[in-house]
Each structure stands twice: as C-alpha cells, then as structure tokens.
Ligand binder design. Structure first.
Ligand code: SAH
Length: 357
C-alpha cells in the first residue's frame, strides 16, 4: 500500500508499520502495541500512552492512521449507521453498523469496491466494479466503528463477493477477534462462487460461519436473477455446502431474498424445502429492500412461504430489516450506479404484491 519510495509514506498496514518501526530502530514489540491500541478503538497514535511520546509524534506525522477518508456518514431512525469511505486511490466503500435492541452490535463489511457480479436485485451489482480491498482496508471499516463503540458481530454482506477476494477477507477476519468479534460471530456470505467456496471448505478451520445467497429453488429461476448461476449451478454449490457440513460440522445459512411474484410462491417454498437438507441448512428469508426493479413480497407472502418451510421442518427465520431509510439495508450499498438498464441479463417483469410496510 506504499504510495511512494521504499514504503514512505505508508498507511497503517500492519506489516508496513512493522517495517517502518524496524527502519527506525524500534524494538519488535512496538507493532503489536500499536495494533493492540488500534483494535481496542484508540482514536489515534496520541492515545497510545505506552509508546514514547516522540514515536507517537513521528507516527502521527508519517503513517496515516487510516487508509480511508470518511466521505459521508448517515444514521437511521433505528440507530443503524452507514459510512461511505473513499480509498486512497478514489474507490468508494460502504460499511454499516447495526444496533439491535438486545445490545448486539453487528458490522456489515465490504470485501470489494463495487462487485463484478450482476445479481439483478442488488444495487451494488449495478455500480461499476472497482477492485478487491486489501486486508487492511477491510479491517479499517471495522476499526472505524470500533472507535465509536464496542462491536461483537460481523457479516461480510456489504459490497462485493468475498469468495473473489478470499485471502484478503480471511486475513481481515482472522484479526476481528482482537476487536471483540469472535469467529463464531463472523459470517462470510457468498453467491456460491465455487473456486472460493471450495477453498473456504478445505482451508478454513476457524469456526467462521458460511452463508449462501441462494434466492431461487431452480436453476432456471436462479440464472434469471443471478447470472453467476450459469457458471456455477445450484446443485454444485449446494453439494459444496453439504461438504462443508460434513467436514466441519457447521450449518450453512441460506439467504433467500423475497421478490414479489418472482420467487415467493408456495410452490417455490416447496421446491426449496425439497432442496435443503434440514440438518445442513438454515434459511434466512430476507424482505427485499427495493433498489429499482422488483417489488418486495407482502408480509403475508413471506409468512406463507415460511409456513411451508416450517411444515417441512426446514429451519427458517425472517431477517429484521435495518437502516432502510438511509439506504443501508441489504443490497442497498451502492454509489455511482452505472445504469441498471444497460446490464440486465434478460427482462424480468414483476409488478404485483407491493407492501412497503
Ligand atoms: N456477494 C455476497 C455478499 C453480499 S451479501 C452475497 O451475495 O452473498 C448481501 C446479501 O444481501 C446477499 O444475500 C444478497 O443477495 C442480499 N441482497 C442483495 N440485494 C438485496 C436487496 N435489495 N434487498 C435485500 N437483500 C438483498
């Protein structure tokens, strides 16, 4: 992340920070001290009181504490906070802090600026893809909110497809426990990008949770709303999820966004129930947050869908929507849209069952 010369100036990337400290003849434990303060929410180097004052000044002058500029921040009526960051090379990145009544504080983190996949219901999929985020840029989103308050959950459900940037996502996820977010409270969500998913299953021994954005019970429908399905069809992706369960003994969360008249009929629910072994999968029904081209399913349709899954004894819950008034809800993270109509795979007409409640 160095912008010029042999590492100067550097952002507060840990390995670069270690190099910087070493080049100044500082003892090896300084980097760990800086990280410890940072992970606990220190506002800047000046707060790191077990560092010599001169070193704190040098760091403040020469090593930017964050890789990001905060461009805007909005707070929802329900306490949700959405922040738009800008990377040093100008890419937009959004992250969200969700506050729940039971005290949970959950972060929704981005793995990429924009997303190269083009799921038809997702606002991020309609904006231009920027690039993969570095581990430090991913961590920096979490640190930003950690400076505001204690946090205990994280979901990689912001911008981007984590399995397309798996090494960096894992590098960041592996440091989250230092911020107070354990692996069991960290979830990586994927469209089912098989190469990354396979690596995740084979390589990730930590109990980081896996979520699959399924959204349709047949290849025909799934390909229509998620073009990635053409490349990695349903059965292959589900087989990989079953392997995850066999190998790791951990369930896979299935995300299913409820689109009125598209994927929310009782027949769809029956097909879904047939597809999902109840010991492996837990379904999370997501009320659609309108981003342009679909309508959200009515509450009645969602309840009916859930009751079919209940009857088949497939575990299912309905996701609580947070932050919709500030476009911070699922699928609403997007800046600089590149024009949805230019990139639709095929027309999908949907107009019924609107319930904006
Ligand atoms: N690319 C990964 C990570 C993004 S997660 C993935 O797709 O899993 C974002 C989650 O929100 C996904 O389940 C996605 O399908 C869902 N989502 C996208 N747009 C949405 C919208 N407008 N309303 C509700 N959920 C949406």
């Amino acid at each position: 992340m160095a912008r010029s010369g042999p590492g100067y100036p550097v952002d507060m990337d840990l390995s670069l920070l270690d190099d910087f400290l070493a080049s100044r003849g500082e003892p090896a434990y300084r980097g760990a001290q800086v990280w410890e303060w940072t992970a606990r929410g220190a506002a800047g180097y000046e707060a790191m009181t077990n560092l010599p004052a001169r070193l704190r000044e040098t760091l403040a002058a020469e090593v930017p504490f964050s890789t990001f500029v905060v461009e805007t921040q909005r707070e929802s009526r329900d306490g949700t906070v959405k922040t738009l960051f800008r990377t040093h090379d100008g890419h937009p990145v959004e992250a969200v802090l969700m506050r729940y009544r039971d005290g949970r504080r959950s972060l929704c983190l981005s793995s990429q600026s924009g997303c190269p996949l083009t799921c038809t219901f997702c606002a991020t999929g309609a904006m231009a893809f920027g690039r993969n985020l570095t581990p430090w840029e991913i961590l920096d989103q979490a640190l930003h909110f950690r400076r505001v308050e204690a946090v205990d959950h994280a979901v990689f459900m912001g911008m981007g497809e984590p399995m397309l940037n798996l090494d960096n996502v894992l590098a960041a996820a592996r440091r989250l426990p230092d911020l107070g977010i354990t692996h069991r409270r960290t979830t990586i969500s994927t469209v089912g990008w098989l190469p990354g998913l396979t690596r995740f299953v084979d390589e990730v021994e930590e109990p980081i949770r896996l979520a699959l954005s399924l959204h349709a019970p047949t290849d025909e429908l799934r390909s229509r709303i998620m073009p990635v399905n053409e490349r990695y069809p349903l059965e292959d992706v589900l087989a990989e999820c079953r392997r995850h369960y066999e190998l790791r003994g951990r369930k896979v969360f299935v995300e299913y966004v409820m689109l009125a008249g598209v994927n929310d009929s009782r027949d769809d629910a029956r097909r879904l129930a047939r597809l999902l072994d109840r010991k492996v999968f837990k379904v999370n029904l997501i009320p659609y947050n309108p981003t342009g081209m679909y309508d959200r399913s009515s509450r009645g349709a969602i309840a009916a869908f859930k009751s079919v899954l209940d009857a088949a004894r497939v575990p299912a819950t309905v996701r609580l929507t947070r932050g919709r008034d500030i476009e911070a809800a699922c699928g609403q993270l997007a800046t600089a849209p590149r024009g949805r109509l230019d990139r639709l795979p095929q027309p999908v007409a949907v107009t019924q069952g609107v319930d904006r409640g």
